[in-house]
Design a binder for this molecule. Structure first.
Ligand code: 5GP
Ligand code: ZN
Length: 110
């Protein structure tokens, strides 16, 4: 746990969230400002600031595996969905704890 990290506080339950899924590796919850009818964030429990910093291929594999499990089986986004990882400021990253966005529930425009 990194004390000043918003998402570490959400994993710890110190900040409430609308949880979708949790296992030993990842935590998933609804985005507070949804940009699609379904907008869920999937984060590793281990604090990693950004994709560039992650050299753990097993963790990256587990993250992607859980993303598809959550989207397909938990959220049942049968028509499809988009997965986005914003990387550092130029990529639009605002929270520096690695996270994948799952967006779905409507036809996404681009
Ligand atoms: P980023 O821009 O870093 O890729 O995405 C961060 C996301 O976290 C944004 O979509 C933002 O709406 C979401 N977010 C920021 N603060 C909170 C919060 O306190 N709770 C939840 N559930 N989502 C948050
Ligand atoms: Zn963190």
């Amino acid at each position: 746990m990194t004390t000043n990290c918003l998402f570490c506080k959400i994993i710890a339950g110190d900040i409430p969230s609308n949880k979708v899924y949790e296992d030993k590796d990842v935590f998933a919850f609804h985005d507070i400002h949804p940009k699609a009818p379904t907008h869920v964030l999937v984060i590793p429990k281990q604090h990693i600031a950004t994709l560039t910093d992650c050299d753990d291929n097993a963790l990256l594999g587990a993250l992607m595996d859980r993303v598809r499990h959550i989207a397909d089986d938990e959220l049942k986004l049968a028509a499809g969905y988009r997965v986005i990882i914003n990387v550092r400021e130029g990529g639009g990253q605002e929270v520096f704890h690695l996270h994948a966005h799952i967006l779905g529930g409507k036809k996404l425009p681009f």
